[in-house]
Design a protein around this ligand. Structure first.
Ligand code: ASP
Ligand code: MG
Length: 325
């Protein structure tokens, strides 16, 4: 059997029928090269938000069990639709819910942890050369009740299923084509990173960049599954998150809570030049610092006042060398 490849598509990639067609085309292209394709889907667009809002209109504090029963429906809709489409295009596909795919969790509704994945059904479908489409974000607990993994949890489904299948890698497709040196919507001249270590990605996520569900990075690291973030809507290379043995380049500048700036890069603790440069910029711009924290792969500075995005740009332009990423 060839290597298994896991592809995950986010909510904006499956938002409507036209987008589903683009997703189907991508899947077919990969299936033609490798028949072992497992697809994990999010709910379409803002479907999960909509379901939550509608439940709130009915009850202020709905039972958590029932909320999971409700919000898990979004993924079931997108998975079934994609399967209908692929089958109509002549490719045998099958949609599976969390429980059909053997995803077992603990009992924590809305923030369930995956305990075990029984891959029997998935493997059986793959053996028959079916494209297996699995609902993200959900599993089943010991009472056979549906559980969900917290907002954005389909990423975690994807990497966990990739780990259980010992997949070659796990692609996370969305409307952005990778991880950037800073938020491209706020900072000019950002660059896409080709590679990041799991640790760096965890630091970036913990500082508030909502690119990936944190838990998926931890699972990727634990089971050594390379996670590749790519765009659904172009063919540009994405960012590969994997083990990097040794390297010390600065990767990313992030702002959290408007007054905390973090600079991430493996081995930054030994980068005296970078520290000097950052302090220089702070002094030059007369910024009031409350805290300056340094760890192995992150410098975090908390300022007294809000920090302008221009400062991020200045740090980025001075610290991140084009040729090094
Ligand atoms: N549909 C869920 C959410 O909107 C899970 C996901 O998309 O990853 O949070
Ligand atoms: Mg997401």
């Amino acid at each position: 059997m060839k290597d298994i490849i896991v592809l995950k598509f986010g909510g904006s990639s499956v938002a409507d029928n036209e987008k589903l067609k683009i997703v189907a085309e991508k899947i077919i292209n990969m299936y033609e090269k490798n028949n072992n394709i497992v697809v994990i889907l999010s709910a379409q667009g803002k479907m999960t938000d909509k379901l939550i809002e509608e439940a709130k209109e009915l009850a202020k504090n709905a039972e958590k069990r029932e909320m999971d029963a409700l919000i898990s429906c979004g993924e079931q809709m997108s998975a079934a639709k994609l399967s209908i489409l692929l089958n109509s295009l002549g490719y045998k596909a099958i949609s599976l819910t969390g429980w059909q795919a053997g995803v077992y969790t603990d009992n924590t509704n809305q923030n369930a942890l995956i305990q075990n994945i029984n891959t029997e059904r998935i493997l059986k479908e793959l053996e028959q050369k079916h494209i297996v489409i699995i609902t993200g974000f959900q599993g089943i607990n010991e009472n056979l009740d549906i559980t969900t993994f917290g907002r954005g949890g389909s990423d975690t489904s994807a990497v966990a299923i990739a780990a259980a299948l010992n997949a070659k890698n796990c692609y996370i497709f969305s409307d952005v084509d990778g991880i950037y040196t800073a938020d491209p919507n706020k900072v000019n001249g950002t660059k896409k990173l080709h590679a990041l270590s799991y640790d760096e990605m965890l630091e970036i996520s913990s500082e508030g960049a909502k690119v990936l569900h944190n838990r998926c990075i931890e699972i990727g690291e634990k089971f050594k599954i390379p996670i590749i973030t790519k765009s659904t809507f172009n063919n540009r290379s994405g960012t590969v998150i994997s083990d990097i043995i040794e390297e010390n380049t600065i990767k990313s500048i992030i702002k959290k809570d408007l007054s905390r700036v973090s600079i991430v890069g493996n081995g930054i603790i030994r980068n005296i030049e970078a520290m000097k440069e950052v302090l220089n910029i702070i002094q030059k711009n007369k910024l009031d610092m409350l805290e300056f924290d340094v760890t192995e792969s992150k410098i975090s500075i908390t300022f007294k006042n809000l920090v302008d995005d221009d400062i991020l740009e200045e740090i980025q332009n001075n610290l991140i060398k084009k040729e090094s990423i």
